[in-house]
Ligand binder design. Structure first.
Ligand code: UGA
Length: 433
């Protein structure tokens, strides 16, 4: 099928490549010259394992082209996937939907009567209706708009797109449903991927609800960690024990410095803001506590550092990892980075090591010493903090690391405690009394 993918950020670029891999003819629309030119030359503007080689492959196959804005060929597209960002508004919890409206306005002159507009961005429930109303004023026919949320995770984005747990299609007309089913047919034919047809508000809400549930699970276990730390219990064992109950499930119960990134924090706040607008803010009031528990974990690490060193001013602290999770270069709302910045604010000399984010940090976070050299990051350090569970940190041999004080805070509960303690390190693990 001929499709356009509008907005080639994390979601859009991955979706465009995935659709091209399925054999569709993809026009990727991205006004940002730097991003678009990188993609057109086979380079990703962000780090995502596996997506880079897939991009080169689909460019070679001729299944994808990139444009700054719609041109005549967009008129022939059967589906237009809208993948623009919906960031948190400045000074508010709400999501900013202005890029969606801009995308609709730019698309309208190129929309043919049979084409289906498919929203994939994470939006406040009710947005699709507003977009349809807007679109109706811009075209001379009744536009077809559906919602099809995306559940991909950074680090496994392409795999999540090609082998999703489920495909949710929010639509109120059978033609749109048929067209969207058709575009995903190579996925649903090969695997047993369930397709769930819903009304449009449900499809919009599914995404916000899923991310809010995941965030709640993480904050739940981090709340237990607060209790474990003062009672001598072990949160890792606790999570294992409760996770064995199928009704609870073991995933997303890893305690530590909490969740970050461009999605979970923004989406719980966005849901709270939307519920408030709809007059049912109380229904998700608990999400504010989910947010607070999450932020308290960052403060806990700063407090532990102060407890350990006393005055941190002028003291060298090493932070292992800066990104919000491994296999991603995303630093948005990263717990590791936020702790590093807070310690630097208190006067510490914070050396940050990260496998992929150092260049960005060197240019943009001048209060930190970012280095690609692990030895330099650790030399003469008085405290080491593991902030992101990159594979290389899990594989470190603690006996071979040269520091001033062998003291480590494991912010992700991934280091082998006995190996580190046997090598003479004092280890504090979050959530383990
Ligand atoms: C999240 C969702 O998992 C995806 O399903 C969704 O599509 C995506 O947001 C989105 O809205 O686009 P992502 O932000 O890539 O994906 O990252 P996650 O794997 O969900 O991790 C989020 C944060 O939670 C990370 O900082 C991670 O370290 C933390 N986390 C995760 C924990 O602290 N404990 C856990 O048990 C799991």
């Amino acid at each position: 099928m001929k499709i356009t993918v509008i907005g080639l950020g994390y979601l859009g670029a991955t979706h465009a490549v995935a659709m091209a891999q399925l054999g569709h003819e993809v026009i990727g629309i991205e006004p940002d010259d730097k991003k678009r030119e990188a993609l057109a030359s086979g380079k990703l503007p962000f780090y995502e394992p596996g997506l880079d080689t897939a991009l080169i492959e689909v460019i070679k196959q001729g299944n994808i082209i990139f444009k700054a804005s719609h041109e005549q060929d967009s008129i022939e597209a059967e589906l237009h996937f809208i993948c623009v960002g919906t960031p948190q508004k400045q000074g508010s919890n709400a999501a900013d939907t202005k890029y969606l409206f801009a995308a609709i306005e730019a698309l309208a002159p190129y929309l043919n009567e049979n084409a289906v507009v498919v929203g994939k961005s994470t939006v406040p429930v009710g947005t699709a209706k507003e977009l349809t109303n807007k679109l109706s004023t811009l075209v001379s026919f009744e536009p077809k708009l559906a919602w099809n949320p995306e559940f991909l995770r950074e680090g496994t984005a392409l795999e999540d797109s090609l082998k999703p747990d489920r495909i949710v299609i929010g639509t109120e007309d059978s033609y749109s449903e048929k067209q969207i089913r058709e575009v995903y047919k190579p996925i649903t034919d090969n695997q047993q991927t369930p397709v769930l047809i819903t009304d449009i508000p449900t499809a919009e809400l599914v995404k916000a609800a899923a991310n809010s549930f995941l965030a709640t699970k993480i904050s739940f276990i981090n709340a237990m960690a607060e209790i474990a730390e003062v009672s001598g219990a072990d949160t890792v064992k606790l999570a294992e024990a409760i996770g064995m109950d199928d009704r609870i499930g073991k995933l997303f119960l890893r305690n530590g410095i909490g969740f970050g990134g461009g999605c979970l924090p923004k989406d719980i706040r966005g849901l709270m803001a939307r519920a408030e607008e709809l007059g049912v803010g109380q229904a998700v009031g608990f999400l504010d506590e989910v947010d607070q528990i999450n932020l308290r974990r960052r403060k806990r690490v700063v407090d532990l550092a102060v407890e350990e060193l006393g005055d941190v001013s002028g003291r060298k602290i090493s932070m292992l990892g800066a990104t919000f999770k491994p296999d991603s270069d995303d630093l948005r709302d990263s717990p590791a980075l936020s702790i590093a910045l807070e310690l630097a604010e208190l006067g510490a000399e914070v050396y940050v090591h990260d496998p992929v984010a150092v260049e960005y940090l060197q240019h943009n976070e001048k209060s930190l010493h970012a280095t690609e050299d692990l030895k330099e990051a650790l030399a003469d350090s008085e405290l080491t903090i593991l902030g992101t569970e990159w594979k290389e940190y899990k594989q470190l041999d603690p006996a071979k690391l040269s520091v001033k004080n062998k003291v480590v805070i494991d912010g992700r509960n991934v280091l082998d405690r006995s190996a580190w303690e046997n090598a003479g390190w004092k280890m504090t693990s979050l959530g383990r009394g």
